[in-house]
Design a protein around this ligand. Structure first.
Ligand code: GTP
Ligand code: MG
Length: 337
């Protein structure tokens, strides 16, 4: 299997309408390409081992027990411990109780299968493909708290986009630290893509220049890095809004994607981040990183319930191939062991 079929784009997603680009055909692709079966297996096993904490606790609950109130209570605790949050936990348990009643499930393994189905249903709306080729350049702005994995994810994405014959340019919009610029330049060199940077100056100005350069050079995708910030740092959130506004002045309809990079290990705080960045910027997608560590994974259920921004990619390590499209069924399987 060299490539997987391109999933159809669900209709009616306001953030992903093609923007007018004089008769250009819209190309719909899902970066990155499906890995070879062996690589895919290793990637999935990394995801599984990353989520072991949750899966072993969830799986253990269903072993050798009766289907009774005690089972539901243990499940409630396990889901809360897995970062699913009160809302998603209550939702899943109510739906599960109903299923158990209506389908007369008497075996704990049947209940586990029913939970898997419910989890997939809950997570599936988050599984969406990123549409490329709808503008040239397609401008992506990447935001998130400090150390979430923004710059690394940009580097990985650059590589994957190239394998779809997309020409890529990067904008060093993290003007806080010289080291941040250098980190992006290294990813640029690795992937042989230009990095637009300035010695000093303000992120909006750097990214404005980069949009101009990308247009002049006929680049397909421009990814703009930004400095990490907490949503509580209001002046820094205002700075991001300015970056967005200025990108819009450099090119009508841009930025086409506003992505939040989330560290999966931040638990329930990740949901607060999604809400805050979404309110400030209008997010079009998420990249969830570090699912290979001690992350518990339930946070995606909370996001699906409370702020369902599409999860384009998930990261399970620091290597290029460790960033893969989010697939609800794979994720549910990794969670449930
Ligand atoms: N284990 C693991 N580490 C990751 C993953 N993604 C990123 N990292 C690591 O997390 C650290 C921070 O990544 P950066 O890409 O620099 O994060 P950032 O959001 O750009 O950070 P700032 O620019 O400082 O806000 C680096 O050491 C990365 O290698 C992942 O999916 N798994
Ligand atoms: Mg960075």
């Amino acid at each position: 299997m060299a490539s997987r079929p391109l999933p159809a784009k669900p209709a009616g997603t306001a953030t992903q309408q093609p923007v007018g680009d004089e008769g250009e055909e819209t190309v719909e692709i899902v970066p990155p390409p499906a890995p070879e079966p062996a690589a895919k297996r290793s990637w999935l096993s990394r995801l599984k081992s990353g989520l072991t904490k949750t899966s072993s606790s969830l799986t253990g609950i269903f072993i050798g027990v009766k289907v009774d109130e005690a089972l539901f209570e243990e499940l409630e605790t396990a889901l809360l411990m897995a970062d699913a949050g009160v809302d998603a936990t209550t939702y899943l348990l109510d739906a599960l109780r109903q299923k158990v009643r209506s389908e007369r499930l008497t075996d704990a393994q049947q209940v586990k299968a029913a939970l898997r189905t419910l989890l997939i249903e809950l997570l599936t709306p988050l599984e969406q493909s990123m549409v490329l080729g709808r503008a040239q350049p397609l401008v992506m702005m990447i935001a998130g708290v400090n150390g979430a994995g923004k710059t690394t994810s940009i580097g990985k994405l650059a590589k994957h986009l190239q394998s779809f014959n997309q020409s890529v340019m990067l904008a060093a919009g993290d003007t806080f630290r010289a080291a941040a610029r250098e980190q992006l330049v290294i990813w640029g060199q690795r992937n042989n893509v230009a990095v637009i940077q300035q010695e000093s100056g303000d992120p909006a100005a750097v990214i404005f220049d980069a949009v101009g350069a990308a247009r002049a050079r006929g680049i397909d995708v421009l990814m703009a890095d930004t400095a990490g910030r907490l949503p509580t740092q209001l002046h820094l959130m205002e700075e991001l809004r300015k970056v967005k506004r200025v990108i819009g002045k450099a090119m009508d309809g841009a930025p086409h994607e506003i992505l939040l990079v989330l560290d999966a290990n931040t638990g329930q705080n990740a949901l607060a981040q999604v809400k805050a960045f979404d309110e400030a910027l209008g997010l079009t997608g998420l990249i969830v990183t570090k699912l290979d560590g001690t992350a518990k994974g339930g946070i995606l259920a909370a996001i699906a319930r409370q702020r369902p921004v599409p999860v384009y990619f998930i990261g399970v390590g620091e290597k290029v191939e460790d960033l893969q499209p989010f697939v609800a069924a794979e994720f549910a399987d990794a969670l449930l062991g």
